[in-house]
Ligand binder design. Sequence first.
Ligand SMILES: [Ca+2]
Ligand SMILES: [Ca+2]
Ligand SMILES: [Ca+2]
Length: 495
Amino acid sequence: MDSLKLAVSFTYFCGILRSLRKYKVRLNGSWKVVFVVFAILVLSFSGCGKNTDPASNGKIKAHDPHFSSAGLFESYPDQWALHRIGINSRDHLQAATLPDGTDSVIVAFVDSGLDYKHPDYSPSALWRNPNEELNGKDDDGNGYVDDLIGWNFVEHDNNPWDDFGHGTMMAGIIGAEVENGLGIAGMVPGIKIMPLKVFNFFGKARSHKIAEAIVYAVQNGATVICLGDVAHLTEAEKMAISHAEQAGVVIVATNPGNLTELGFSNLITVGASDSQDRPVADVGASIPDILAPGADVLSLRARRTDFVLVSGEKDYVPGQNFVGPENMFYHADRSSFSAAFVAGAVAMLQVKSPDFSPRQIKEVLRYAARPIGSSTELGVLDAMAALHVKPGYWIDARIEVTENEGKLVVQGLFHSDQVQESWLEFGEGTEPKEWKPLSLQSSETSRLVSILGRDDIPESWSETSFRLVVVHGSGMNKTVREVWPTRDFGKENQQ
Ligand SMILES: [Ca+2]
Ligand SMILES: [Ca+2]
Ligand SMILES: [Ca+2]
């Protein structure tokens, strides 16, 4: 028993003794001792003072059950997605917890709004307009009357309530309350979320409202804007993103096709990955900047919503994706969820390194990403690793292998603020035990080229791995690799 419990017990039973005296019941000295010892034992077994952390101002600290439970999705953890991006222990959750009073980093969700009364949504994770009061007037002169916590661009009022459900899932991924003994753990506890409702009850939005919401977010201090479910961009939306670019605000969007080519320095495009780091959709046509979980995601369910049903998904049984007590939680597959995880990682970086430009944030996230298979460029978000990348350090690297007129052309392409050295190497199979250096045909500041004939690769190697290693001035390095089938390489030429 700790001293706190002892003090509580003593105080409590002194009170009882006073009451006994009041009613003229007297105990002699030894009986008093027996009484107090008995009372302390009763209290300790009844759990008086249990779970009370003096530092938490009486708030109960209890584990979020779904953070460590499993079984919703086959055998892997219910919050596998959070684990997969590097937040897989309570220590990591604490590392992601912001200091009290952090309100300079604000994530705006241009989505279907938010159930901000959800029992597992922390009120401290809601943005509040510091210059607006509820009085029927536009106090801050931003063109929106009484916009206390965001705006509803569908109904033109100050209540961005979520009657579709998607926005609450997105916000819950980042802002669900942590260590409250309920449901799930959010990714960045205490971050401020600005709900901007553009999707209506049916999950439909008009593009000029999306553009208007982006401009609102920029003008009201958002540092990250998450466009989870926005389809092909119109001119109005492009202008709004350009406005955000000039203001240094990061935009995170799932990859709707024409985003990557636009070349906005503040834009991070995201593709969805599954529990095994596999891309959920074919990303070949337009490669996103990074992958993040977008399948089997568990998050908060907005009251009275079932958006998979409303979306008309085939074979869906109403209520099928409800989870937990009073159906407070929901699971679904949506590539848009991947944008919420990346927006959360951007927010974490902005808290840690406020001077990072949107471009630096993108580079750090890409650098820290976990490469998928033999992919040359694409990796899965690793938020914890990103937090540990040294500021100012980044290397963008890829390797390309092509077969041309009986020769294999291996190119290493890289870009960095400070390259110390770089080389190409190769080895047998998909996981070589030994790597051998490749001789170079040309070597430039950001490009190495090696050309191999049939004799340069042992005939017994049915597959060959090629690897580019780039060493940064700080001593850290980055490697990317590509596996190439060499079983039949050069055979046509020999015939
Ligand atoms: Ca206002
Ligand atoms: Ca007002
Ligand atoms: Ca929780």
